[in-house]
Design a protein around this ligand. Structure first.
Ligand code: ATP
Length: 441
């Protein structure tokens, strides 16, 4: 982990938030390459979950919402973690983080003692208004889910969607986490990618759709290159189920956060939840607005009305990025490589003139660079020797490097060097675009 954290900072993936002022715990900033990686990841998610489907539309809700939303959703009452405080140094832990508690007890030896567990609400407060004393307390959204459900009727009335259909969203959420940590894994500000899929209130049919989305989501991570053996499903135990959940399975990733292969090394990446009618029914009760869906059912004369059930897929963008980075990181002989899927890699290709003091080579390489930039994110490097340039691109995951040499000037061919196999292939300049495109589809 130390090596990954250090690479992230050195090469511009992820920096500690507000670093020059001593930081702000649980916040992180994405640098030039991290920003690209994040953008690519979101695009891939949007493509799979929205663009390629007929039954899903996109949505982008606001972070600040009327505080009654959180009463309706149950978060004011139930969005809590049990917390214990060390009586010696006042450090706080979630009671379910048994490993961290044991570790802490070792530090204090026999003297270690804890306060009684106390429930602690995770919603982050914000004050709205300009006049002191008249400010309204509201909350930064603790999950992006509720924006979709409170707009259920707006979305229905402004589209021609018929059940089953889904609403997809990507956006920031905020939580007063008791113990932020493990790099970006648990942050106070993070991004989520979620699908809320509305289905008929039918036990058998909804479970079929539930199983289908479990598979879709697991396949998504595998298709983007996470190693199969590092992913698994875990079903929530009865006492672990969130207040809204009828069924819940997590997609988990085998992290290096705990002893290798220990149960504690498996950490949540995405949750697939069967939310039943919890959200719409509660918002109907709390807002007084009718949340029924009217179905034209050919088998029954007239219309059928019901409160739909919801299947949710809820993933963390920051966790996904972290796990993609961990999974892609490897060291081989003298080089460090990020074996990121080309679709996720910040740069798809790097262009090098063999020598920087040969104007003909530089001009030719510059032409290729400018042409490719119309289609891809392209890096340029003319420093030092070619070997060093390759290694520098390997470390940030660039899948292809193109070298323009003297032969290029003679016959318009270049060498393409593959990041993972290090194999070099000579191809015609006009073939580069389709060569790279093939790897991106
Ligand atoms: P955990 O048990 O780890 O606190 P959770 O079960 O509360 O997570 P959900 O409410 O299901 O998480 O949120 C959906 C997804 O949002 C999670 O699978 C995770 O990827 C992401 N997520 C949740 N909390 C955080 C956080 N504090 N920092 C980064 N990502 C988070």
């Amino acid at each position: 982990m130390e090596k990954i954290v250090s690479l992230c900072k050195r090469r511009g993936f992820i920096y500690p938030g507000s670093e020059i002022y001593g930081g702000l715990k649980g916040t992180w900033d994405y640098g030039p390459l991290g920003g690209e990686l994040k953008f690519n990841l979101k695009q891939e998610w949007w493509k799979t979950m929205v663009k390629e489907r007929d039954d899903v539309v996109g949505f982008s809700g606001s972070i600040l919402m009327n505080s009654k939303v959180w009463e309706g959703s149950g978060h004011m009452q139930n969005f809590t973690d049990p917390l214990v405080e060390c009586k010696i140094c006042h450090q706080r832990f979630r009671t379910d983080q048994e490993d961290a508690i044991k570790e802490h007890e070792k530090e204090h030896g026999k003297k270690a003692s804890w306060t009684e567990p106390k429930r602690f609400n995770l919603l982050v407060e914000a004050k709205l208004g300009v006049v002191e004393g008249e400010k309204n307390t509201t909350y930064l959204r603790g999950e992006i889910t509720q924006g979709v459900h409170v707009n259920f009727k707006n979305i229905l009335n402004s589209s021609r969607l018929k059940i089953p259909f889904g609403v997809a969203q990507i956006g920031k959420a905020f939580r007063n986490e008791i113990t932020p940590g493990n790099f970006t894994y648990r942050s106070v500000e993070f991004e989520q990618m979620e699908l809320q899929y509305y289905v008929k209130p039918d036990e058998k049919e909804s479970m079929k759709q539930y199983d289908y989305f479990k598979k879709i989501r697991m396949d998504w991570y595998k298709n983007l290159g996470i190693k199969k053996e590092n992913l698994r499903f875990r079903e929530h135990k009865k006492d672990e189920l969130a207040h809204y959940a009828r069924a819940a399975w997590d997609i988990e990733y085998k992290t290096p956060f705990a002893a290798p292969d220990s149960e504690a090394s498996w950490k949540e990446l995405e949750g697939i939840h069967h939310r039943g009618d919890w959200d719409l029914l509660r918002h109907q009760q709390f807002s007084g607005q009718d949340m029924n869906y009217f179905d034209e059912n050919p088998l029954i004369s007239g219309k059928e009305k019901f409160i739909p059930w919801v299947i949710e897929t809820s993933g963390g963008i920051d966790r996904a990025i972290l796990f993609f980075l961990i999974d892609a990181y490897c060291e081989e002989a003298e080089r460090t490589i990020l074996k990121l899927h080309p679709k996720l890699a910040p740069y798809k290709v790097a262009v090098f003139p063999l020598l920087k003091n040969k104007p003909d080579l530089v001009k030719k390489a510059d032409g290729i660079y400018k042409e490719l930039k119309k289609y891809f994110n392209v890096a340029w490097d003319d420093r030092g020797n070619i070997g060093k340039r390759y290694f520098s691109q390997d470390e940030i995951g660039t899948p292809f490097c193109i070298t323009v040499d003297f032969e290029t000037l003679e016959n318009n061919t270049i060498t393409v060097r593959d990041r993972d196999s290090m194999k070099q292939t000579r191809i015609k300049i006009e073939e580069i675009k389709s060569y790279i495109n093939d790897k991106l589809t």
